[in-house]
Design a protein around this ligand. Structure first.
Ligand code: ADE
Length: 231
């Protein structure tokens, strides 16, 4: 079994790359895929770059070129729920592309026209294991499960945040997860998206983000390493 692990930014995958035994590095679609072993599991770790298109290209390459059996995305996100604070962890139950809007034709915002699903589900077994992994690896922070929304937009205003809150009933927002879950859905591969909260996706987001980014990444990396031991 091979597990594909995607992080959008170098900071999100650097620690995983350092910790793994690298067998080879394969360049494809301007991305470097690190194939090897981490925590006893065969893995391919890769930085996708930011945004839904980079994430989708990367996820499909993991399927086509590396024959992965499980897809994990780790990173950071902005909270959309007052109960979820900076530093807390969100594990996806399902994902929606919040910037998909064909509502003029009667579809709800987020619905991809003519697709047979509104949201892309995470694998329930992986979600359960990720929750357990976080409870053990990061006992000092809270773990939440729920919907994650993604769009090609860093959300940093209360108005945009409120719109997302009212439309999607989601726990947090980021820029890749739904694209990765979309690719997993099309290829029938189990996936889970793991996000540590770095900001509140409001007017303070750009201020909080650099301060809490490092701590949030540390938590999600710890979770992923622990999750590999449970898979
Ligand atoms: N990643 C971390 N914080 C985010 C935000 N506020 N919007 C989009 N992506 C993010």
């Amino acid at each position: 079994m091979t597990i594909g692990i995607i992080g959008a930014m170098e900071e999100e995958v650097a620690i995983l790359k350092e910790a793994m035994d690298v067998e080879k590095i394969v360049e494809h679609a301007s991305m470097q895929f690190y194939k090897g072993v981490l925590c006893g599991e065969k893995v391919v770790v890769v930085r996708s770059g930011i945004g839904k298109v980079n994430a989708a290209v990367c996820a499909q390459a993991l399927v086509d070129k590396f024959n992965i059996d499980i897809l994990i995305n780790t990173g950071i996100a902005g909270s959309l729920d007052a109960a979820i604070d900076i530093g807390d962890m969100v594990i996806s139950t399902d994902l929606v592309e919040h910037d998909m809007d064909a509502s003029i034709f009667g579809d709800p915002v987020g619905q991809i026209p003519r697709m047979d699903t509104f949201s892309f589900p995470a694998d329930p077994e992986l979600v359960k294991k990720a929750v357990q992994a976080n409870t053990e690896a990061n006992p000092d922070i809270k773990t939440f499960t729920g919907r994650i929304v993604s769009g090609d937009q860093f959300v940093s205003s209360s108005e945009v945040k409120e719109r997302l809150v009212s439309l999607f009933d989601a726990k947090c927002t980021e820029m890749e997860g739904a694209a990765i879950a979309h690719v997993a859905y099309l290829n029938k591969i189990p996936c889970v998206i793991i996000r540590a909260i770095s900001d509140k996706a409001d007017n303070s987001a750009t201020m909080d983000y650099p301060t809490f980014e490092k701590q949030a990444i540390k938590h999600s990396v710890k979770l992923v390493r622990n999750l590999l031991l449970l898979i």
